[in-house]
Design a protein around this ligand. Structure first.
Ligand code: E4P
Length: 223
């Protein structure tokens, strides 16, 4: 399972990339606007911090020809870029066009398995299934993820199911249970994945016991 960071903040990407477990970054127009920096520079800086990682960057037009022009521009910035396209009619057609040209796409704002089917048929690389926004209105966001994973596997589509709009570590646990291929999350959520109180107390005990017994590990001097 791949772990992506959902952010437009360079410092967050730098920290998470330093943990050695980051596979990619998703951005969206809101996150880019929040970063206070330019779109292209932000996306390129993220790519530099995460060589080889998939960096999703979203078009903002909603009509096919303009979306295509934006997609071509965004895709030309760097080979790491995955063009993020909204789940609308013109968007699905755009995904088909881009996929025929070998350009990777991430279909965003997907909430149902039937929307996911359209994205998969168009050749989407990633299908971004939003969970938090559904849970926010008393729905079960993860239900569509489980259905989408099943659908993709049953029919042999190449698309990867990306759990988006993640709000807390339990969403990540549920994404694992649903067999999702990717989860993208805010920095604070990824940071929390490391934590368990028994890890902290257990580690302290190991260190204390070792030291109290007068033991030590002598590292060989480097030549
Ligand atoms: C996905 O790629 C989106 O950027 C993101 O997960 C949206 O999450 P939100 O509901 O927290 O805005």
């Amino acid at each position: 399972m791949k772990l992506f960071l959902d952010t437009g903040e360079i410092r967050e990407v730098e920290k998470a990339a330093g943990w050695g477990i980051l596979d990619g970054v998703t951005t969206n127009p809101t996150l880019i606007a929040k970063s206070g920096r330019g779109f292209q520079e932000t996306v390129l800086d993220i790519g530099e911090l995460l060589p080889g990682g998939a960096i999703s960057a979203e078009v903002v037009a909603t009509e096919y020809d303009t979306m295509l022009a934006e997609a071509e521009e965004i895709a030309s910035w760097h080979e790491q870029i995955v063009v993020k396209v909204p789940m609308i009619r013109d968007g699905v057609l755009l995904v088909k066009t881009l996929s025929d040209r070998g350009i990777r796409t991430n279909v965003t704002l997907v909430f149902t398995v039937s929307q996911a089917l359209l994205a998969a048929k168009a050749g989407a690389t990633f299908i971004s299934n939003f969970v938090g926004r559904v849970d926010d209105i008393s729905g079960d966001g993860m239900a569509a993820v489980a259905e989408t994973v099943e659908m993709v596997e049953k029919y042999g589509f190449d698309s990867e199911v990306l759990v988006a709009s993640v709000r807390h570590p339990q969403h990540v646990v549920d994404a694992i249970r649903a067999g999702a291929h990717i989860a993208t999350m805010p920095f604070e959520v990824m940071d929390k994945l490391f934590n368990h109180p028994l890890t902290d107390s257990g580690l302290q005990r190991f260190i204390d016991d070792f030291r109290e017994a007068g033991l030590e590990i002598r590292a060989k001097a480097k030549v």
